[in-house]
Ligand binder design. Structure first.
Ligand code: FAD
Length: 290
C-alpha cells in the first residue's frame, strides 16, 4: 500500500500536519510515539500557546491527543531509521519493515545537546543510531549503548541477545542510580557515568567516560531524533537543521519539513504553524500529480 503522505514525528509540527492533511482527505500515516513528544510532556507551564495560557505540557499533550483521536488519526509507534527518495515515491525504513508514501513530512524535532566528541567522526565506522537495524554487524562483539530515553533500554535488550558484551550508559533522568535489574537483561552491564569521547583508529575501539574507559567494537547513541542527514541521505542542511524554503519544501522534491528540525525559534506554536504549511503544500504537490 502506498500512502499519500507519511509524517515522521508526533510533536506539534507532525500532528498539525496530520490534521490538515486529513481535512484535505489525504491518506496519511503518522510515525511517532504514544507519549506524542517528550518535549511536550516535560514543560511545567506554557505561557505562549495561544488560547491555553499557563497550561502544563501534559495537559496540552492531552488536548492534542483528544484532537487527533476525534479525527481518527492514529500514531504508529515506530521509529523511522531511513527515508529514501525513489523518484516518484519515498521508501521509509523502520528496522526491517518498509513503508511507501508519495510525499513525506519530516517533523522529527531536534536534539538540544551537542554530539559526543567522536560521535560524528565515527558515524558508520562503529557509531550507529539504530541498534535493531545494525545489530547483526555486532554478533559476538562488544557494544555500548548510550541511551537518552527509556526506549533505548529495549534496543539494549535486543542487542544483548547478539553481542558478546553489552554496556548500557543511561543519560536520561531517573530516580537513583540504574541497576542491571531495572528492566534490562541481566547480562547487560550498566555504567552510571558520563561519556566524554568515542575513540578509534579506522573503527571505534573505545569509549572514554569521566571515571573509566571501556573497550568496545561499536557504540549506539539512542536519542529521540537522529541527525537529518543520517535519516534522509542527500538532504540539504544548515548546521543541525533541515534547509527549507518558505513553503517548507526541502531540497528533495516531495519531501517537506516543519518544526524544530528546520530551525529556531524552538516553540510549539511555530512548529504547529509550519506543520500546517508543510501539509498544505504537500497536498498541492499531490494534486498536481493527478
Ligand atoms: P518535537 O516536539 O520534538 O516532536 C518530535 C517527535 O518526533 C518526537 O515525539 C520524536 O520522538 C519523534 N521522532 C523523531 N524522530 C523520529 C523518527 N525517526 N521516527 C519516528 N518518530 C520520530 N516551546 C514553547 O513554545 N513554549 C514553552 O513554554 C516551551 N517549553 C519547553 C520546555 C521544555 C522543558 C522543553 C524541552 C521544550 C520547551 N519548548 C517550549 C520547546 C518545544 O518543546 C518544541 O519547540 C516543540 O516540541 C517542537 O515541536 P516539534 O513537533 O518540531 O518536535
Amino acid at each position: 500500500m502506498r500512502y499519500d503522505m507519511a509524517i515522521i514525528g508526533s510533536g506539534p509540527a507532525g500532528l498539525s500536519a496530520a490534521i490538515n492533511a486529513k481535512i484535505r482527505n489525504k491518506n496519511i500515516i503518522v510515525f511517532g510515539n504514544d507519549n506524542l513528544s517528550n518535549k511536550l510532556v516535560k514543560a511545567p507551564s506554557i505561557e505562549n500557546y495561544l488560547g491555553f495560557y499557563d497550561i502544563s505540557g501534559e495537559d496540552l499533550r492531552d488536548k492534542f491527543k483528544a484532537h487527533i483521536e476525534s479525527m481518527d488519526i492514529e500514531i504508529v509507534d515506530k521509529k523511522i531509521n531511513n527515508v529514501y527518495a525513489m523518484g516518484d515515491y519515498f521508501a521509509l525504513m523502520s528496522g526491517d519493515e518498509m513503508f511507501e508514501a508519495t510525499t513525506v513530512i519530516l517533523a522529527t524535532g531536534v536534539e538540544y545537546g551537542k554530539p559526543i566528541k567522536g560521535e560524528e567522526e565515527f558515524l558508520g565506522k562503529g557509531v550507529g543510531y539504530c541498534a535493531t537495524c545494525d545489530a547483526p554487524l555486532y554478533r559476538d562483539k562488544k557494544v555500548a549503548i548510550i541511551g537518552y530515553n527509556k526506549e533505548s533500554e529495549e534496543e539494549a535488550n535486543f542487542l544483548s541477545e547478539i553481542a558478546s558484551k553489552t554496556y548500557f550508559i543511561p543519560m536520561y533522568k531517573r530516580e537513583g542510580l540504574m541497576r542491571s535489574s531495572d528492566g534490562l537483561d541481566s547480562s547487560i552491564e550498566v555504567i552510571n557515568d558520563r561519556p566524554v569521547q568515542i575513540h578509534g583508529e579506522n573503527l571505534v575501539n573505545k569509549v572514554e567516560l569521566k571515571q573509566q574507559e571501556i573497550d568496545v567494537d561499536g557504540v549506539f547513541v539512542i536519542k529521540d531524533s537522529a541527525s537529518p542527514k543520517s535519516l534522509v541521505p542527500g538532504i540539504e542542511t544548515e548546521g543541525p537543521h533541515i534547509k527549507v524554503d518558505i513553503n517548507m519544501n526541502t531540497s528533495i522534491n516531495g519531501c517537506f519539513a516543519a518544526g524544530d528540525c528546520v530551525g529556531k525559534p524552538y516553540s510549539y506554536i511555530k512548529s504547529a504553524g509550519q506543520g500546517q504549511i508543510a501539509a498544505l503544500n504537500a497536498v498541492a504537490y499531490l494534486d498536481k500529480l493527478k
